[in-house]
Design a protein around this ligand. Structure first.
Ligand SMILES: [Zn+2]
Length: 195
């Protein structure tokens, strides 16, 4: 049963209690709109077919939120500007910390590729966090397979990161700042808003 129009509980969402009690919600129960995705000028069309958020306490007694789901997205190719259609699965685990200082001090080398640490001092906007995950899962340099060779010369010669999941690398030396970087604003926002 969908609970349209009763989303207040997710705007000031107690992520800590959700993790502690092993909570779980999904697109089968709750309908979210994603206004930033809808208004993003680089996203021609995005259909989030499924999402789920669950909470747990891990083996280190930490509170963890897992965001998972599937969506299709149409974005303009960075080479030819024609639309490219992607079908994307996303999954990320966020280890909650009570303060920015704690999150910064966390040894992220102990975490796997699907896991990150975030400061979560109070209630969160769950829909916003989910929308962040979807935006971050979008390709940073969308391109057709046929355009990939051209793109290799154009982009990789510029030291652009091959790992497009590398959005949170604060140590980037700016060598890619001159190429078009979709969602650059989002990663700024994540740094200030989360960690
Ligand atoms: Zn193309």
């Amino acid at each position: 049963m969908q609970r349209k129009g009763s989303q207040k509980e997710f705007v000031e969402f107690d992520a800590w209690a959700f993790a502690r009690t092993g909570g779980s919600i999904s697109s089968a129960e709750v309908k979210f709109d994603f206004p930033r995705i809808a208004n993003d000028e680089l996203i021609a069309k995005c259909d989030v077919s499924h999402w789920e958020v669950s909470g747990r306490i891990n083996a280190q007694s930490e509170s963890v939120l897992r965001f998972k789901g599937h969506f299709s997205v149409e974005m303009p190719c960075v080479v030819c500007s024609e639309s490219v259609l992607y079908s994307i699965d996303f999954e990320r685990h966020l280890v909650l910390q009570t303060s920015e200082a704690q999150a910064d001090a966390y040894d992220e080398d102990t975490l796997d590729d699907h896991t990150d640490v975030v400061a979560c001092p109070g209630a969160i906007n769950l829909r916003d966090w989910l929308e962040d995950e979807i935006l971050l899962a979008c390709p940073m340099f969308p391109k057709h397979e046929g355009c990939a060779d051209v793109a290799g010369r154009t982009w990789l010669d510029n030291d652009a990161p091959e790992d497009t999941d590398d959005y949170q690398d604060d140590t980037a030396d700016g060598s890619i700042s001159e190429v078009q970087r979709p969602f650059a604003n989002l990663s700024d926002l994540l740094k200030t808003g989360k960690k």
